[in-house]
Design a protein around this ligand. Structure first.
Ligand SMILES: Cc1ncc(COP(=O)(O)O)c(C=O)c1O
Length: 385
């Protein structure tokens, strides 16, 4: 560390140098990320609430009120305005909280001491972190021909130790939606905790359904769904870190409560202690500012771009891994592996990613990617052949 402090000017010169090395969403070159440029109103709200700590919300009742309103708005989108929950750092923390709630409930209500988690092969790796932290046995669920949970396989693998089933609404690699109505029926009948990971889909599917898409029910409309992850810092246009976890019943938060003697509230159910009030304010502001119609416009645009890219790829001889349901396209070249193609793209300044199951080049059409970027991207692919 330097002994004497530097001037503001020197600090900002150095910050600018660091920032120059980072990729910019506006360039359209970031093709594999589920994060995007936050909405300007969210940035403004975020900076206004930098001091608020939701880990000691008795000091910040105004910010806590906003958090309650965010959970109510998200609950409204997900068919349950009475949902309980909190704003967290992102999908990983939301999933960790859901698994902790499910594990504690299974122990309390059913006496399960060797808990098993039924986890689709397509689920995000955050669940493996949860299983590792909580010493859970993971049973991987096979997928069907559409890369969604195989219902027969799920049924065959439920045991007396099953503590929870995970369903995904918008898989990380392909954007697929598991057959959640059927999964919910099974879990409801057998009194098994069902968590839906809609980290991506939570800010897309509710808007697509009013735009005449016919996607399956995935949220609290289904009786078996106990909790849902939805991420404002993905398609919600909030700044990083902004995630959310919603529970159908308060008992799922209560079962995680830990006494907090030195704070303004008596107990805490979140995993982290100090928690960003800025993320709460930013999420509140952008949801209020855009409203339902604003998000519909954004979702319409990303889906237009998704179909445009998919059609251009097919026209130019590439093979789609699946027909895109949400804003993710995964594709392959007939003449080289995804790894070789990924490297070619990287050498030309395009940072895509790989899907593994099945293999392909994976592109997430976030709002920072425009039609013009897609045309440039296709030009790059055409130069290859
Ligand atoms: C379906 C799904 N769940 C959870 C996560 C984890 O979210 P985060 O990176 O915000 O922790 C992701 C990230 O891409 C995801 O796609």
């Amino acid at each position: 560390m330097n002994k004497k402090g530097l001037t503001e000017e020197t600090i900002f010169d150095q910050l600018n140098d660091f920032q120059k090395k980072d990729l910019k969403y506006n360039s359209g070159r970031i093709l594999g990320s589920m994060c995007t440029k936050p909405h300007p109103i969210a940035i403004k709200a975020y900076t206004k609430f930098l001091n608020s700590n939701m880990g000691d919300y008795g000091l910040f009742p105004g910010t806590k009120r906003m958090e309650d309103e965010v959970i109510q708005m998200l609950g409204g989108l997900l068919h349950n305005e009475q949902a309980y929950g909190c704003v967290v750092t992102g999908g990983t923390e939301a999933n960790l909280m859901a698994i902790r709630a499910a594990r504690n409930t299974a122990k309390k209500e059913k006496g399960i001491t060797s808990p098993e988690l039924l986890l689709p092969k397509s689920a995000h790796f955050s669940f493996k972190k949860a299983a590792d932290l909580m010493n859970l046995k993971c049973i991987p669920l096979e997928l069907d021909d559409n890369y969604c949970v195989d219902i027969d396989f799920l049924n065959e693998n439920i045991s007396k130790n099953t503590m929870a089933v995970i369903g995904v609404a918008g898989t990380t690699e392909l954007g697929e939606i598991d057959p959640l109505p059927a999964i919910s029926d099974i879990c409801f009948d057998k009194n098994i905790y069902l968590h839906v990971d809609a980290a991506l889909g939570g800010f897309i599917i509710p808007f697509l359904n009013v735009l005449d898409y016919d996607l399956v029910d995935f949220d609290f409309k289904l009786d078996g769904v106990c909790s849902i992850t939805t991420d404002p810092h993905k398609m919600g246009l909030a700044p990083i870190p902004s995630g959310a976890i919603l529970f159908r019943e308060k008992k799922y938060l209560d079962v995680m409560n830990i006494d907090t003697p030195y704070l303004t509230m008596k107990q805490q159910s979140t995993i982290v202690g100090t928690r960003s009030g800025a993320s709460v304010a930013a999420t509140w502001a952008v949801m209020k500012y855009l409203g339902y119609e604003g998000y519909c416009e954004i979702v319409k645009e990303v889906m237009f771009n998704t179909h445009f890219l998919a059609e251009e790829l097919v026209k130019n001889g590439y093979e789609l891994v699946s027909n895109p349901l949400l804003n993710i396209v995964s594709f392959n070249s007939k003449d080289c592996s995804p790894e070789v193609l990924l490297k070619y793209l990287k050498n030309n300044g395009w940072i895509a990613s790989l899907s593994t199951c099945p293999p392909g080049i994976r592109i997430v059409l976030m709002p920072h990617i425009t039609k013009e970027h897609i045309i440039d991207f296709m030009d790059c692919l055409k130069k290859r052949s």
